[in-house]
Write a protein of this length. Structure first.
Length: 161
């Protein structure tokens, strides 16, 4: 499958929203109870404006312009050399075809180039095997507070660059 990785722009917000809204419910249903997803999905399936404009959030885009993956990183504001993986998603129809890995590799390259030596992510339970496959180690379980006081189980993970 052919695609390119490029920097996201604010004008890509609707395409990322559509990708999140299509893929997250399908991908997460095997690892989360419907009672968790009913509140979490609306909070998780909106592109974050600051990410869309930060310059370190990337899209995997096919030749026809369709967005099939997204994700990136941001620097930690309080700890030099530290960064956070942010809002990664792959179209559920193209899993295991290198899309997520390509997004992560671009994230690793740009993080290293900026002086980042350590990345942390808060992985969905569904994504733990993927993050492990690209070099992350589990730190331990955690609960992420989503909008609307929703407790969302996750796994804190880290990778040295």
């Amino acid at each position: 499958m052919s695609f390119e990785i490029r920097v996201a722009q604010p004008s890509d917000t609707a395409a990322v929203d559509a990708l999140l809204q299509r893929s997250y419910p399908r991908l997460l249903k095997a690892d989360y109870a419907p009672s968790v997803l009913v509140g979490a999905i609306p909070a998780m399936t909106r592109a974050q404006p600051a990410l869309m404009a930060c310059g370190t959030y990337f899209l995997a885009v096919r030749g026809d312009g369709s967005v099939i993956g997204a994700g990136g990183w941001t620097p930690d504001r309080t700890r030099k050399g530290q960064g956070h993986i942010r809002h990664v998603v792959t179209d559920d129809r193209v899993l295991r075809q290198g899309v997520g890995r390509a997004v992560m590799e671009r994230s690793f390259e740009t993080a290293r180039a900026s002086g980042c030596v350590h990345l942390e992510c808060w992985a969905t339970l569904t994504a733990v095997p993927f993050y492990s496959s690209v070099g992350f180690q589990e730190i331990g379980p955690m609960v992420v507070q989503l909008q609307g006081a929703i407790d969302f189980p996750a796994m804190r993970m880290e990778r040295i660059l």
